[in-house]
Design a protein around this ligand. Sequence first.
Ligand code: ADP
Ligand code: MG
Length: 324
Amino acid sequence: MAVGEFELIRRYFHYQAGAYGVALGIGDDCALLQPPANKQLAVSMDTLVGGIHFPNNADPELIAQRALRVNLSDLAAMGAEPLWFTLGLTLPNADAKWLEGFSRGLFSVANEYNCALVGGDTTRGPLCITIQVHGAVEAEEALLRGNASMGDQVYVTGCLGDAAAALAVIKGEMAVGKSAFNYFMACYYRPVPRLRESVCLRGLASSCIDVSDGLLADLGHICENSVVGAVVDLERVPLSEPVRKLVEPDKAIKWALSGGDDYQLCFTVPPERLGQLRALIDRGTLQATAIGEIVAGDKVTCVRGNRIVEMPKSGYQHFENNSD
Ligand code: ADP
Ligand code: MG
């Protein structure tokens, strides 16, 4: 069943009443929004293209979840708290069943993270979803990529490599049991934006990024912006149990370093604040692992113990030939 544009917006992309700072929500030419006093707006946009970022026939509920979650991850990487988002939706056709699922997935995440839909645009064309999120952060507290210094320790939250493993499983390249399959599906389609963790890191981390393109590429961005190098000890890179069970250690490490899509936070902490960070970790408030150190230079070097290990330069880039 197909629905018209205005009916579609009214039915599936309504405004959630009671959201923070929304003077006027969906339905006029613009939304009118009142940011919290004395905070800066953190604004970020991510586009997911059908057939590139997810299979075209993927469950619409999962597509929507993923689209909003990866955007919220950028707010987390900045230390910002979610407020609002807008949705640019391009659809090949207005299928009511697809839209119902998409809407359900979208609002489940929007409600979970207190982020209100305040507008968007709807067009016909190849399936493509663009979300712009708006968050708020205290001016001095934003977690930037450019403030890492020599001697800072490098940490990551959670485990790395799960999303790359998930992609192999989803593509049918690897067979797994039901519980591992469910785990990997959740990793891929329902990545957890590390918002809770990022609140802990404000005033503590010197720099921060979310791992969307692979650890080496993203830590590389911290290095480039901060004009430093980094050393990563491969023996300390955290791998989940399902990944370790699925493949041999070399493959798991390769996924962890260059797989992308994990949406964990990679951050640096200066020596004088390590005690504070370790207290948070010991108390179980923050789950994070030390994986290396910021050094002089301009690149990320991998070591195993004292030995340098060459790793292929990686990270997904849309306008380069990527073979894997
Ligand atoms: P205009 O022609 O002025 O751009 P539209 O007809 O595109 O207005 O949109 C009407 C209203 O519906 C606007 O408030 C717009 O923000 C909202 N809107 C359109 N598409 C979406 C969508 N996919 N999700 C949320 N709001 C939407
Ligand atoms: Mg419009």
